[in-house]
Design a protein around this ligand. Structure first.
Ligand code: TLP
Length: 338
């Protein structure tokens, strides 16, 4: 099977498995796991933040960030198709007790003027605006890169209004690799950031949240409250460290693979690629082929290619480390034969 459902499906490399086997460990709730500490220090340095915290997943990292930044009854501003709003099972309402104010983006990017307009004035009728979330790259916008300029403008609005900014950077390293910019060009325009080790970077588990010392201290407590304080976590932090330190630059290979798929899809009558394909995600509308997305997913599955439904008429292809360019060409051939 050629698995293009997500970059989450990658299996740990040999080096990651060996790192797990060799990892020096301790009880991380006591702060005694040297491998976790090493990962957190490396992540903070790379992301340009004072401190970092290892968490089990992107969702947990985002939720801890929302819980740490806000109080129940706050309102948070986020893009209407953002993962935190669309794909986290209503967790911000269930756990943080905040209400969401969504803003439609263009290719995932919110207009800073719309963000400013959504800020709440001081009034006893209104919730307080507690947080602004930006997603980069933006998953449902097809892995779209949010420019540092847009992030800067939103961060300026936020600072003028004394509201913090959190970035869901599950795939922020894809944005950095594709644009040839250091990741700090993006992370300098936010207070906190979450990055996933287990997507394009290929680690089996884990994410990082990063911010200043005081934020991470409070986030650590939320992680514990949520049952995310792990003991000999070095076993899973070690592959994460391999991912973080050795897998960033190769992400452009995944972007090249996505272009091959995009071109194959563009040559198919009745299929329309609907995103710009900035990074490793291709989204296509298949209605013109006479299929619903569900049917199209099944047709490809029968031919040995796994993809994901992304709406009634749209499907998503995500490229990653575990697929060779030959396999991508094979998938492209199947697409062209439809
Ligand atoms: N996204 C997954 C699914 O949940 C949709 C995927 O296959 O793309 N932020 C963003 C932008 C994400 O795309 C994801 C995962 C997460 C957060 C959550 O990460 P995990 O799965 O580690 O909780």
């Amino acid at each position: 099977m050629i698995d293009l459902r997500s970059d989450t499906v990658t299996k740990p490399t040999r080096e990651m498995r060996e790192a797990a086997y060799e990892a020096e460990v301790g009880d991380d709730v006591y702060g005694e796991d040297p491998t976790v500490t090493k990962l957190e220090e490396a992540a903070a340095r790379i992301l340009g933040k004072e401190s970092a915290l290892f968490v089990t997943s992107g969702t947990q990292g985002n939720q801890i960030a929302v819980l740490t930044h806000t109080r129940p009854g706050n309102e948070i501003i986020l893009e209407e198709n953002s993962h935190i709003f669309y794909y986290e099972s209503g967790a911000v309402a269930a756990f943080a007790g905040v209400q969401t104010r969504t803003i439609p983006g263009v290719n995932g990017a919110m207009d800073p003027a719309c963000v400013e307009a959504a800020m709440r004035d001081e009034d006893q009728h209104f919730p307080e605006t507690g947080l602004i979330c930006v997603e980069n790259t933006h998953n449902r916008a097809g892995g779209a890169i949010i420019s540092p300029e847009n992030m800067h403008a939103i961060y300026s609005v936020a600072r003028r209004n004394s509201v913090p900014v959190h970035v869901d950077g599950a795939r922020l390293f894809n944005a950095a690799a594709a644009s040839g910019m250091d990741i700090k060009k993006f992370t300098s325009h936010c207070d906190t950031v979450q990055i996933c080790l287990s997507k394009g970077l290929g680690a089996p588990v884990g994410s990082i949240i990063a911010g200043d010392h005081s934020f991470i201290k409070r986030a650590r407590k939320w992680r514990k409250r949520l049952g995310g304080g792990l003991r000999q976590a070095g076993l899973i932090a070690a592959p994460g460290l391999v991912a973080l330190t050795t897998m960033r630059d190769r992400l452009t290979e995944d972007h090249d693979k996505a272009v091959v798929l995009k071109e194959a899809l563009q040559s198919c009558n009745g299929i329309k690629v609907v995103n710009d394909v900035d990074t490793n995600i291709v989204v296509a509308n298949v209605r013109g082929k006479g299929y619903s997305s569900e049917e199209f997913v099944q047709v490809l599955k029968d031919k040995g290619v796994l993809i994901g439904g992304f709406g009634k008429d749209t499907v998503r292809f995500v490229t990653h480390y575990d697929l060779t360019m030959e396999e991508i060409h094979f998938a492209a051939k199947i697409l062209k034969s439809l």
